[in-house]
Design a protein around this ligand. Sequence first.
Ligand code: G
Ligand code: G
Ligand code: MN
Ligand code: NA
Length: 254
Amino acid sequence: LQLENALRRALEREQLSLHYQPQVSLQTGRVIGAEALLRWQHPELGQVSPAEFIPLAETSGLILPIGEWVLRSAALQLKAWMEAGMAPITMSVNLSSVQFRHADLPALVSRILDETRLPPNLLELELTEGVAMVDPLGAIAVMNDLHDRGVRMSIDDFGTGYSSLSYLKKFRIYKLKIDQSFVRDITDDPEDKAIVSAIIGMAASLGLQTIAEGVETAGQLDHLRAMGCDEVQGFHFSRPVPADAFAAFVQAAL
Ligand code: G
Ligand code: G
Ligand code: MN
Ligand code: NA
């Protein structure tokens, strides 16, 4: 409860911030997107990982105001970068299951897009398989609604949940994010290689984009390129960094 109260105050006291990790096209080598990742700088505890405080935010309901703050801040940041001359890139935002199932989400997303005058197709919402599979019919309706508003959706940590492949064709998905656990040993482990190759092949057949997460080495990158993966993200390029460092990274990569 103490941590919960601290989290409640964190929103008001501006202890929350976003870091951004670049997403790189394998075809062009260019930065084509950013994933926004939430950070909490607690005055005594230091950096608290979202892996720790997101579950707490979900049970306390705080995830709704926090999630709204994340969406708006990420959208405003992208707008600011573009106004400063950065070529348009996509902004990916992680959604919690509570946010995704909240009835106001599609309208909230539209409000934020209107406020910021961002083209909807520059916003990408990341969902895990588990979130979509809790209530697949409900998920289909929400995805259709968001899709009709022009927003793209991706499945995060793909391959780690119990994805029913039959739902994959019903979900309005734009991109699969191949989980980093399959990428880690891709240069040595024939099974991981086979799984990643199968995901990329299936995605291509279904007309979905693929991005590999957790790319840390040039060797992993070579394998992913040979397999026809569309995009990559990971420490090999950059850790998640504050907004100004992200802009500097994009500038240096040109
Ligand atoms: O970047 P990092 O290792 O700290 O992220 C840990 C976990 O927290 C990841 O699963 C990531 O998806 C999740 N996460 C990061 N930012 C957000 C956010 O803004 N909203 C939600 N719901 N999850 C987030
Ligand atoms: O669940 P999600 O994929 O949103 O979470 C992304 C998490 O992965 C974040 O915690 C981020 O810091 C972390 N991450 C991003 N790139 C790498 C990487 O190359 N290696 C490792 N080990 N973690 C990464
Ligand atoms: Mn993610
Ligand atoms: Na992921």
